[in-house]
Design a protein around this ligand. Structure first.
Ligand SMILES: [Zn+2]
Length: 129
């Protein structure tokens, strides 16, 4: 796993702020917000496959939203920063911050993974064309 010093070189300032300092991109600005192509979303730091486009939905929150993550791809951690009790979503491989998960998502899981676009890399699934 790359050291944070190396990641500072590898990532843009905005990416580093979200992934390694648990920041949040501005609502409505993410490049994947309205994306609906078939494919997979990977962790920008380590390439771990996190979400499938099959579970992406439009939540109106201003961030890309998914109702499920790929099995074992993420860890969840309680986050009480700012006086809010939330559940943080981190990459199970490299501990990078991806976003938060809430309990107001659609069926079948009822979950809403609210994720920063800058934390992800999209990979088009060419087999499904
Ligand atoms: Zn990762």
């Amino acid at each position: 796993m790359a050291l944070d010093e190396d990641l500072k070189e590898q990532l843009t300032e905005k990416e580093y702020e979200v992934l390694r300092n648990r920041g949040t991109e501005r609502a409505g600005t993410g490049e994947y917000l309205k994306k609906d192509d078939e494919g997979f979303y990977r962790c920008k730091v380590c390439g771990n496959k996190i979400f499938s486009s099959d579970t992406k939905f439009s939540s109106g929150s201003g961030w890309p939203s998914f109702y499920d993550a790929i099995e074992d791809s993420v860890d969840l951690r309680e986050d009480e920063r700012g006086g809010m009790k939330r559940t943080e979503v981190i990459c199970a491989e490299c501990d990078s911050h991806l976003g938060h998960v809430f309990d107001d998502g659609p069926e079948p899981t009822g979950k809403r993974y609210c994720i920063n676009s800058v934390a992800l890399d999209f990979e088009e699934d060419k087999n499904n064309e």
